[in-house]
Design a protein around this ligand. Structure first.
Ligand code: NDP
Ligand code: GDR
Length: 322
């Protein structure tokens, strides 16, 4: 039986990855940080099948202790301050957790279990300002937020440990991926949550920022399969994971509202508060390498994703109303 450690297990991706690894017969450990009120909503249904270990990405001693205890075959580093908007409000924390702490994880692996395979959650935010489209593994980075800058650090330190210490370390450059488990501050879930509330008479408007931004949005359940595949190859490498389609925030809004028979123009209000100091205008990924070398493929389309998220939020609010 293989053993895996997932950091960020309480998040969207951590929960889907834990399910995938359990299905494959892994013993799954999840790193969780201490909070006054633990929020386990994404992993509640698998709590009896996984083991949680207490630590923090910024605390190397806790990571070393955990690595010694678990001796994992695979380490998936998904933990991060992952919200781009917050990265302007907390740039130093974001730099510490999303950037520098990747070195803590790599050091813990190098010191305790150097033959463990390591996955780093890199991001299309590293591409930032449009230099080339579609964006692929060789496209130069031009990050546009403290979050993007921190991810570039995490990306390169992962490559550096691979090259310096011959570690099996991979970086997945994942484009936006969403699901009903997405945090409600991210635009997709913010939209589907509001659409459900409006439909059920629980809200009457949705305040958004830039509707023109374009994103390459996929389904998180499809993307965690690529993480696993990256750690099963003969040699470690970096891969772009994307759908190869781009859509504006407005298109997402249109589909979500029309799915419940409403006109978006009647409810959406533009609020400058949600416009960012610097924007990433266009993300569109070319994942040819992942398709060819990993045999990775998508199952859920953009339209299916939007509808799935709206339907789940509708179900949630109907349940609460009962
Ligand atoms: P989430 O925000 O849903 O999850 C982030 C996780 O990190 C949570 O489990 C959180 O724990 C944990 N975490 C935050 N700070 C610390 C810390 N100091 N120590 C330990 N754990 C911590 O993110 P996603 O699941 O969406 O994304 C997973 C990873 O992939 C992130 O690194 C993200 O930046 C990256 N990524 C995501 C993309 C996407 O579209 N979803 C695209 C590209 C990259 P807690 O519950 O305690 O807050
Ligand atoms: P992003 O995701 O920044 O791409 O990062 P987010 O959903 O926050 O924003 C997407 C786009 O929507 C625009 N937007 C708004 N965004 C939010 N959150 N709220 C709004 O009201 C709003 N109105 C318009 C944004 O300006 C932006 O252009 C996500 C995260 O998961 C990162 O961790 C990950 O690395 C990248 O995707 C790839």
């Amino acid at each position: 039986m293989k053993t895996a450690l997932i950091t960020g297990i309480t998040g969207q991706d951590g929960s889907y990855l834990a399910e995938l690894l359990l299905d494959k017969g892994y013993k799954v450990y999840g790193l969780v940080r201490r909070t006054s009120t633990p929020i386990m909503v994404n992993i509640e249904h698998i709590l009896d099948k996984i083991e949680l270990v207490s630590g923090d990405l910024t605390d190397l001693s806790s990571l070393i202790r955990i690595m010694e205890q678990i001796q994992p075959d695979e380490v998936y580093n998904l933990a991060a301050q992952s919200f781009v908007g917050t990265s302007w409000e907390q740039p130093i924390l974001t730099g510490n957790v999303t950037g520098l702490a990747v070195t803590n994880m790599l050091e813990a692996v190098r010191i305790v279990k150097p033959d463990a395979r390591f996955y780093q959650a890199s991001s299309s935010e590293m591409f930032g300002k449009v230099v080339e489209t579609p964006q692929k593994e060789t496209t130069p980075f031009y990050p546009r937020s403290p979050y993007g800058v921190a991810k570039v650090y995490g990306h390169w330190i992962t490559i550096n440990y691979r090259e310096s210490f011959n570690m099996y370390a991979c970086s997945g450059i994942l484009f936006n991926h969403e699901s009903p488990r997405r945090g409600v501050e991210f635009v997709t879930r913010k939209i589907t949550d509001a659409v459900a509330k409006i439909k059920l008479g629980l809200a009457n408007e949705l305040r958004l920022g830039n509707l023109d931004a374009k994103r390459d949005w996929g389904f998180a359940g499809d993307y965690v399969k690529a993480m696993w595949l990256m750690l099963q190859q003969d040699t470690p490498d970096d891969y772009v994971i994307s759908t190869g389609e781009t859509h504006t925030v407005q298109e997402f809004v249109e589909i979500a509202f029309s799915h419940v028979g409403l006109k978006w123009e009647d409810y959406v209000v533009i609020d400058e508060k949600f416009v960012r100091p610097a924007e990433v205008d266009l993300l569109l990924g070319d994942c040819t390498k992942a398709k060819e070398k990993l045999g990775w493929q998508l199952d859920v389309s953009f339209e299916q994703l939007v509808k799935m998220m709206v339907d789940e939020d509708l179900k949630k609010y109907k349940r609460i109303a009962k």
